[in-house]
Design a protein around this ligand. Structure first.
Ligand SMILES: NC(=O)c1ccc[n+]([C@@H]2O[C@H](COP(=O)([O-])OP(=O)(O)OC[C@H]3O[C@@H](n4cnc5c(N)ncnc54)[C@H](OP(=O)(O)O)[C@@H]3O)[C@@H](O)[C@H]2O)c1
Length: 278
């Protein structure tokens, strides 16, 4: 933070809303931002976890922490939480972090389609709804930042990995970038960031929370991901890939996509203009 008191370098830190604050990356954002003097509004489904985090942070830093437990894949709660954050006059930060992965196979006849619909609701609908809500006070104040926690998966749309996770994360990255362009066009000072972590130790990887490294390196800790995200406020990057080893992985995937499969070249179009089967 270059000796500053908070990552935004403001004298009057306002309120931070964090989704998925009951563990992992969201919990780390809450701890770091509480230590910088921001008040918090935290949500996730596990009420006890939120309450225990709230009482710890209130006691340690003398800040206000409000807990609003609920399931953001459900429209009613998404709207309730959205109206609440829209009403926070001094909202400085929204961290759209709640997310999950799945071992379900989309193309299997035995897969549970509801899991995928919940993923669209949480990763796409809730993210967009809460962005819209947060932009109301932020644009009014002409300050603030939205961190949408996407993934390196959003930039690797190829291979046999789980299609819904990659595609919903691709929506997050693309939508964040488009909204940032619109916000910049009107010369607003509000910032939007699509945070793209690679493999990170957290409960998303199962009970132990311990992820395996891949050939590029990692995993990272959730503290590192939250710290890199907050540091990125000082630059104008919209897509923030957390760590050089994650950039290397994406470059390799892009090279495979461009060179081996030639995905973006006109030679892959048939005479009728249809996309040739790769
Ligand atoms: N860990 C990685 O390797 C990695 C890599 C790239 C991107 N990410 C992304 O990082 C974000 C945070 O994940 P994490 O790694 O920190 O995993 P995590 O520890 O499992 O945290 C996920 C958070 O999302 C909340 N959540 C899940 N479903 C929810 C729902 N329906 N409604 C409300 N809250 C919900 C969980 O809380 P409750 O269960 O209490 O609701 C939890 O607080 C996710 O968006 C994930 O996709 C993670």
């Amino acid at each position: 933070m270059n000796g500053k008191n908070n990552f935004m370098d403001v004298k009057d830190p306002g309120v931070v809303a964090i989704t998925g604050a009951s563990s992992g990356i969201g919990d780390c954002f809450a701890r770091i931002l509480a230590s910088q003097g921001f008040d918090l509004v935290i949500t996730a489904r596990r009420k006890e976890r939120l309450e225990s985090l709230a009482s710890e942070l209130k006691q340690k830093y003398g800040i206000n922490v409000e807990t609003i437990p609920g399931d953001l894949s459900k429209v009613e709660f998404m709207k309730e939480f959205g109206s609440y954050i829209e009403s926070i006059g001094n909202l400085d930060v929204l961290v759209n972090n709640a997310g999950f992965s799945t071992a379900e196979d989309f193309i299997s006849k035995n897969s549970d389609i509801d899991v995928f619909m919940r993923m669209i609701n949480l990763h796409c609908n809730a993210t967009a709804y809460l962005m819209h809500a947060a932009l109301i006070p932020m644009r009014e104040n002409d300050r603030g930042v939205i961190f949408n926690i996407s993934s390196t998966a959003s930039l690797m749309l190829h291979g046999s990995r789980e299609p819904m996770y990659h595609s919903t994360k691709a929506f997050i990255s693309a939508f964040t970038e488009m909204v940032q362009h619109k916000v910049s066009y009107i010369k607003s000072n509000v910032k939007l960031k699509s945070i793209c972590p690679g493999i990170t130790h957290s409960e998303i990887w199962g009970e132990t929370g311990l992820a395996e490294p891949n050939k590029f390196g990692g995993p990272m800790s959730p503290e590192e991901v939250a710290t890199i995200s907050l540091d990125s406020y000082q630059n104008n990057d919209i897509i923030v890939i957390t760590g050089d080893h994650n950039i290397e992985e994406i470059v390799e995937w892009k090279e495979i996509t461009y060179k081996k499969h030639g995905r973006y070249f006109s030679k892959n179009f048939t005479k009728s203009g249809l996309y040739k089967k790769l």
